[in-house]
Ligand binder design. Structure first.
Ligand code: AP5
Length: 215
């Protein structure tokens, strides 16, 4: 089973993907995480990507497609791949179709998480994680027990460099202008499943499970 977790920044794609990969044994490919990894390592690719990411713009297709193509060939023991944050424009979606076809694979489900703008902005502004172990927190919805300290390892709780109010608005604009239209692309292929992303994390997970278990 190969799936795409789709939706605007902050809707909960990463949160759900982390649970889904365990339940369905899927290879989780987050282009955002992969790019942040390159930035952290200080690679040439990371330096190129950082400039766009810090402004909330899309990183160039050739960089992102390269990451995805390499990973799709690497599913190993997993039951399939789960794409999170890819594709983000029509050109990426068409390339993905070609790559999947060449490997005799197909996308089975596109899970579209939907939420109102004010909820999304609140979630993004509250998002934090542990600098050392990476555990996720949200100061509004799932805060650490002691402010600024990780419950698991006592590490420092930090925000993402693109989680500023100005960049949130730019990222939402990029989503509306370049990414949202992909919903029609996948609806026409009969692959789009809309899920209410405003419910609790557990409820959203249950509703995605119903879709994935039902086909
Ligand atoms: P990326 O990392 O993919 O960011 P994004 O798509 O903007 O999504 P986010 O990670 O911000 O949000 P999310 O939907 O995963 O929400 P989360 O689960 O964290 O991309 C970053 C950048 O990389 C892009 O701007 C671009 O520059 C570049 N890039 C990436 N892919 C690219 C591509 N294909 N092409 C070109 N460039 C690309 O949840 C958010 C918060 O809400 C968390 O704190 C969470 O705890 C909380 N939360 C989640 N669900 C709930 C819930 N149900 N109730 C309460 N709180 C919740």
């Amino acid at each position: 089973m190969n799936i795409i977790i789709f939706g605007p920044p902050g809707v909960g794609k990463g949160t759900q993907a982390n649970r889904l990969k365990e339940r369905y044994n899927l290879l989780h490919l987050s282009t955002g995480d992969a790019l942040r990894g390159e930035v952290k390592k200080g690679t040439e690719l990371g330096l190129k990507a950082k400039e766009a990411m810090d402004k909330g713009r899309l990183v160039s297709d050739d960089i992102v497609v390269g990451i995805v193509v390499n990973a799709i060939g690497n599913v190993e023991d997993a039951n399939g791949v789960m794409l999170d944050g890819f594709p983000r424009n029509i050109s990426q979606a068409v390339t993905l179709d070609k790559v999947m076809e060449e490997k005799d694979l197909k996308i089975d489900y596109v899970i579209s998480l939907e939420a109102d703008r004010d909820i999304i902005l609140k979630r993004l502004s509250g998002r934090r994680s542990c600098k050392d172990c990476g555990k996720d927190y949200n100061i509004f919805f799932s805060p650490p027990k002691v402010e600024g300290k990780c419950d698991e390892c006592d590490g420092e709780i930090i925000g993402r460099s693109d989680d500023t109010e100005e960049v949130h608005l730019d990222r939402l604009k990029v989503y509306e202008n370049q990414t949202e239209s992909l919903k029609s692309y996948y609806r026409e292929k009969g692959l789009l499943y809309k899920i209410d992303g405003m419910a609790t994390v557990n409820e959203v997970f249950t509703n995605i499970n119903k879709v994935l278990d039902g086909k």
